[in-house]
Write a new protein. Structure first.
Lengths: 527, 661
């Protein structure tokens, strides 16, 4: 061996040894914790992963121990399988993914215990009361698609739809506005929790406003704006709202921002014929219709509707904006005949005293999840926004739909909820952790409709949320990843080809222009 | 010159100066230490040259450090530094899709953070200058411009001139040029016998250049081609290189990116869009330097060779000692001329106004009020941003209502209300500056609004994070405050401060014992209103809390700037709420009261205070003179300005109409 090669080898080995030693030091080094004193309370951990129901297919719930010490040991175990032991010299507890999944898989429906040991500076170990969680029998859908943006006021820059593999921590971009010279990307919607049929709303100064329609692996640009969007379960029709949005600011309220629809209506896009239609019952001149969602059998379109109480559509804020409250409506629809039925009021704002927004029905058709807030149409800016559940089956039998306020609500805003395909999990946005910043929370819904304590979407770095300036909104659960690449989606955005889908001129004068014009940023961009 | 000759020359030179001892020491040192290492091949000129280079770059560093002052660039409130600067949020930038030139942009985004310290910024700029000059040296030699090697300093001079403009910030472009020169160096250095191999290397470099440093792709291609054309005289290879350079973006696009064909080629010609004409000329001249030198020197060589008589060898005459001396004088004079030209070039291209503005901004950010006011007095021109900073400085120095008319005033500058939407760059300045003032005034929600706008546009804005943390503490939203403080703590410049706040918040989530926070809480409005409908004014803030001195002074300043001296005259009672000297009234308020009375206003209640006789006397004089010039306003303004230019009544009669109201 040449002398120089020998020296290189020595250097490589030395560096390798040092790195290994450093890694070993950080990992804490295994040791047997036999002697310890018991602390009569559970250890504080962040995020709060205690008394929650965990999907068996979720990524390890890494956390930070909120107790001071020089070394930490965490034992995670259940009835079956090999316990997991984690040693760390820092309060950050990072759990091995493979062992975690093995443990959870073999203990579905059982309790999962977490014991926290903390070594004090004088070398004595303390054991805290164990933290108990429950492993659900049912899996959660494998992927979560959400919008990742900054807390938005009038201006915005980095907006992207991202997808997260819930089994691990991989996050990837579905589409980002960086791919088409800024602009907005929002309102992603999927058909039956699958990604083979999906839509994404795009607003862009250069390339115009459009909706990206993904169908069977192909991407099409529809030359009209889709607001809040809902796929008919058949995948043949897409209902969407057209909103004339205004933003304004409060001088003293805790939440500075406020958003109203000056005007809005519902329309629908027929996929096969590539046409846009509406019906007088869902686009009334004197009402504001928004947030469409289909019943799983496709026979009803649920939506929110409020009386349009202001005469001037160019005054901001509109007169009496803080009195506006939305009712929950539904209308029957025959997809074979493309015929709409009569309007029904499911739940009246007069009865509840609050504005009813964002209805979402569980795929089994049993539960209707929605939120209610003090006024308006944008719950994420209303601290008063809480989640409610209606038992549709009970309502059908009794004829009365009674909303039940969920125990999982916090003092901050809860909104943007969606269901897993098996109707056992909901994911929603909440500002409970950091006020301004929304995070995604997962809750288990049992067969009786009891919604269990939520857990924040786990991250590899347990301190991820501490200084995280992102806001995660509109989380949608899907069973498979979005397979169309971001490059392909953005190429279509930038491309010239599009499906011309204007409102029919013969129709009873839609109140909101539906062309592909570009809005002011804040008109199209909200959290 | 042979080594022995060199030593002889040193000996003679030093003997002439009667420094025999030193001469012997130096010669010994040369013989025993330096010469053996250099294999005896050394000359005075070879010592001379590195010394020149060293001196040049020491001067360069000092100029950048003391004159350009990179901390002013760092504090350029988004005007200069457009890239995300800090480590904490660089992950955002990392998650951007891959695009040509991202690598250099990434580095260009990281480095400016160190401009916070002027010495570090100067070091970065100097290192870039050294790299560019070394590259230029190699390139000039390669194209046969050996006698024109002095040109190698030109990029450094351009670099200095570019930074003297302060805006725009072209670090990514400069780094790209450096990357291009590194590739060029290898292209020149690697011995390549076969044209095919040479073309292959060129293609690889082109692809890499396109991927990593697309900003200077064209420059790189042209310099390579100029070498082939004029040094190697292989026109065919040069032409093929042109074709390959056109194919490389296509190839790079297949390998690394996903751009359309149009976009793939468009990016190679994209130049920073925010350049104004002067900066454009300067930047284009700088970046064209290499191709121009390549083609220029090459053509010059060809031209000279054609003029040379064929078949006769011209014997060069041996230089006599006198000629040698003459040559040295000419060389020295030449160097001096080049140096003076370079300094003159940098001086004349420098944007002195921008420098002053940056300095004012720097002082405002660091609350160096005395320095700010001192500099503001020396300014030749003003704008609403300077006016805004000056008024803020005056308030914090306790001089707003006494001295505000010492400085140029602009109604829009008081609270930065231009009355219309400005360009994004200017709006950014409005948001960053206004959020500070609104925060100090106690208009917390509007300060929050503007801080977010600035944060969104700047991507990373530590000042904004700090302010948003404080705003959320004031509003009792500890969770959000912690979030901002955690983000801030990842920035080494703010780490200690952020951690201290976090520590205090963990003990007292509302910081209820912090006097500043309590004071700010007492300013916060109670009655909600919609800002787009009915904007909150200092009057509303003063009505909420009569002890809000800043609101009072800004309200008075607002009244003065809008000519509402009646409002001022009837507000003297408020002075009792604050620590104004007993019995006295701030000068500008006195002037407004006198004007109000002179214009027939009813006598205001002065609450035991009296108007300074000196102010009354001066006002009387002014009015007499003003009457004398009645009908000739322009002449009056010229005469009265010197003596009364710092008074409210002068502003009212001569400047109010032009103040942007």
């Amino acid at each position: 061996m040449k002398k120089s090669a020998f020296y290189i080898l020595i250097v490589i080995l030395s560096v390798g040894t040092l790195v290994g030693m450093f890694g070993y030091y950080l990992s804490g080094g295994q040791e047997v914790v036999e002697e310890y004193s018991d602390i009569g309370r559970p250890a504080e951990i962040f995020p709060d992963y205690s008394d929650v129901v965990i999907p068996a297919n979720i990524a390890p719930l890494n956390f930070k121990v909120g107790e001071s010490g020089s070394k930490y040991c965490v034992k995670i175990y259940s009835e079956k399988g090999e316990p997991i032991e984690v040693f760390s010299r820092t309060p950050k507890i990072v759990i091995d993914e493979a062992r975690w999944h093995k443990l959870l898989d073999s203990n579905r429906g059982r309790k999962l215990k977490t014991e926290v040991f903390v070594k004090s500076k004088d070398g004595r170990w303390s054991r805290y009361q164990s933290i108990t969680n429950e492993i659900a029998r049912e899996d959660i859908d494998g992927y979560l698609v959400y919008r990742r943006i900054r807390p938005t006021f009038s201006n915005w820059r980095q907006i992207g739809i991202h997808q997260r593999n819930l089994r691990g921590y991989d996050e990837s971009v579905v589409i980002s506005n960086e791919y088409y010279k800024s602009g907005c990307v929002n309102c992603h919607a999927f058909c039956n929790n699958r990604t083979d049929k999906m839509t994404i709303g795009i607003r862009n100064l250069i390339y115009g406003s459009s909706a990206l329609l993904v169908k069977d692996g192909e991407v099409h640009k529809v030359g009209t704006k889709f607001g809040y969007t809902a796929w008919h379960p058949s995948g043949k029709v897409i209902a969407y709202s057209v909103n004339r949005v205004v933003q304004f600011f409060h001088s003293t309220a805790t939440e500075v921002r406020d958003v109203m629809d000056l005007d809005s209506l519902l329309a629908y896009y027929v996929v096969d014929s590539e046409t846009v239609k509406t019906d007088p019952n869902i686009s009334k001149k004197q009402r504001l219709e928004t947030y469409p969602t289909w019943s799983p059998d496709g026979r009803y379109l649920y939506f929110c509707s409020a009386p349009l109480s202001w005469a001037k559509l160019d005054v901001v804020p509109p007169e009496g904006y803080d009195k506006i409250k939305y009712d929950l409506m539904r209308i029957s629809y025959d997809i074979d005949k493309d015929k709409w039925g009569e309007l029904e009021r499911v739940l009246s704002a007069k009865e509840t005293g609050r504005s009813i927004l964002l209805p979402r029905i569980s795929p089994d058709g049993r539960w209707l999840l929605f939120c209610m807030c003090d006024y308006g149409c944008f719950p994420v800016y209303r601290r008063s926004s809480d989640l409610y559940l209606i038992d549709l089956e009970g309502g059908r039998q009794s004829g009365v739909y009674t909303p039940l306020r969920l125990d999982i609500n916090s003092d901050e805003s809860e909104s943007w909820h969606s269901w897993s395909s098996n109707s056992r999990w909901i994911v929603f946005s909440s500002k409970r952790q950091r006020g301004t910043f929304t995070r995604s929370y997962i809750s288990y819904v049992d067969s009786k409709g009891q919604v269990h304590k939520p857990l924040v979407l786990p991250q590899k770095d347990p301190s991820h949320y501490d200084g995280c300036l992102w806001t995660y909104s509109v989380p949608e659960l899907v069973v498979e990843p979005v397979r169309i690449t971001k490059e392909k989606l953005s190429r279509v955005v930038r491309g010239n080809q599009k499906i011309i889908a204007d409102f029919p001129v013969t129709q009873a004068s839609p109140k909101v222009p539906a062309g592909s014009s570009y809005d002011e940023p804040w008109m199209s961009e909200r959290e | 010159m042979q080594p022995s000759g060199c030593i002889l020359e040193i000996r003679l030179a030093l003997k002439r100066q009667n420094k025999n001892g030193k001469a012997e020491q130096l010669i010994d040192s040369l013989r025993t230490r330096v010469m053996p290492r250099l294999g005896g091949k050394v000359s005075i000129r070879k010592f001379d040259e590195p010394m020149q280079v060293f001196v040049f770059f020491v001067l360069f560093f000092l100029l950048v450090y003391f004159w350009i002052d990179p901390k002013l660039i760092y504090h350029g409130h988004g005007e200069s530094i457009i890239y995300p600067m800090c480590t904490a949020e660089m992950s955002i930038f990392e998650s951007f899709p891959a695009f040509p030139g991202k690598a250099t942009m990434y580095i260009a985004a990281r480095l400016p953070h160190y401009y916070y310290y002027s010495w570090a910024g100067a070091a970065i700029i100097t290192v870039i200058a050294v790299g560019l000059c070394a590259g230029a040296d190699k390139f000039i030699s390669a194209v046969g411009g050996g006698r024109m090697r002095w040109l190698r300093f030109v990029p450094a001079v351009f670099l200095l001139a570019q930074h003297g403009r302060y805006f725009p910030f072209l670090l990514a472009e400069n780094l790209s040029l450096l990357v291009g020169l590194i590739f060029l160096y290898f292209y020149i250095r690697v011995p390549l016998r076969f044209a095919v191999v040479r073309l292959g290397v060129f293609t690889v470099f082109c692809v890499l250049m396109y991927a990593a440093a697309v900003q200077m792709y064209v420059v790189f291609v042209l310099t390579c081609v100029s070498i082939e054309f004029f040094n190697k005289r292989r026109f065919d290879v040069g032409l093929v290189e042109f074709v390959l350079a056109l194919l490389a973006p296509f190839l790079a696009n297949i390998l690394f990116f996903d751009l359309t064909a149009f976009e793939a080629y468009r990016v190679i010609l994209t130049f920073p869009s925010q350049l104004y004409s002067e900066e454009s000329v300067l930047a284009v001249s700088f970046f064209c330097f290499f191709p121009v030198v390549g083609f220029g020197l090459g053509l010059w060589r060809i031209f000279m060779e054609k003029r040379k008589p064929v078949g006769r060898k011209v014997r060069r005459k041996r230089k006599s000692s006198e000629n040698h001396k003459k040559g040295r004088v000419i060389r020295t004079a030449g160097r001096a001329a080049i140096f003076i030209t370079a300094v003159g070039f940098v001086w004349f291209t420098c944007d002195h106004t921008a420098r002053q503005k940056q300095r004012i901004d720097y002082y405002a950010r660091n609350k160096m009020w005395d320095e700010l006011l001192l500099h503001a007095r020396q300014l030749q021109s003003s704008d609403m941003f300077i006016c805004h900073d000056v008024n803020r400085a005056l308030y914090h120095s306790g001089r707003l209502l006494d001295d505000m008319f010492l400085y140029p005033q602009d109604f829009a500058g008081l609270l930065l209300t231009p009355g219309r939407r400005l360009s994004d760059e200017l709006m950014l300045q409005i948001w960053t500056k206004s959020s500070n003032t609104l925060f100090e005034l106690g208009h917390i929600n509007q300060a929050e609004n503007f801080s977010y706008e600035a944060l969104t546009n700047l991507i990373y804005y530590p000042e904004g994070l700090r302010r948003l943390a404080l705003i959320n503490i004031i509003k009792g939203q500890t969770g959000a405050a912690r979030n901002f403080l955690h983000a801030l703590s990842k920035d080494f410049l703010y780490e200690d401060e952020a951690k201290e706040y976090l520590r205090r918040l963990s003990k007292d989530p509302l910081l209820s014992e912090d006097e500043d926070i309590q004071r700010m809480r007492s300013f916060v409005l109670v009655e909600d209103r919609i800002e787009s409908d009915n904007k909150t004014t200092p009057k509303d803030l003063l009505e909420k809390n009569g002890n809000n001195r800043m609101a009072f002074e800004y309200l008075m300043a607002f009244c003065l700037l809008t000519g509402q001296h009646a409002g001022v005259a009837h507000s003297v009672g408020y002075l009792d709420n604050f620590e104004y000297p007993r019995g006295q009234i701030p000068r500008h308020l006195e002037e407004a009261i006198l004007l109000y009375l002179a214009m027939g206003g009813e006598k205001p209640e002065l609450h035991g205070r009296r108007i300074n006789p000196e102010t009354s006397r001066k006002f009387g004089e002014f009015m007499q003179l003003f009457q004398r010039y009645k009908g000739n306003r322009q002449a009056a303004a010229g005469v009265l300005e010197k003596q009364y230019g710092d008074t409210y009544y002068y502003f009212y009669f001569f400047l109010l109409d032009e103040s942007g109201l």
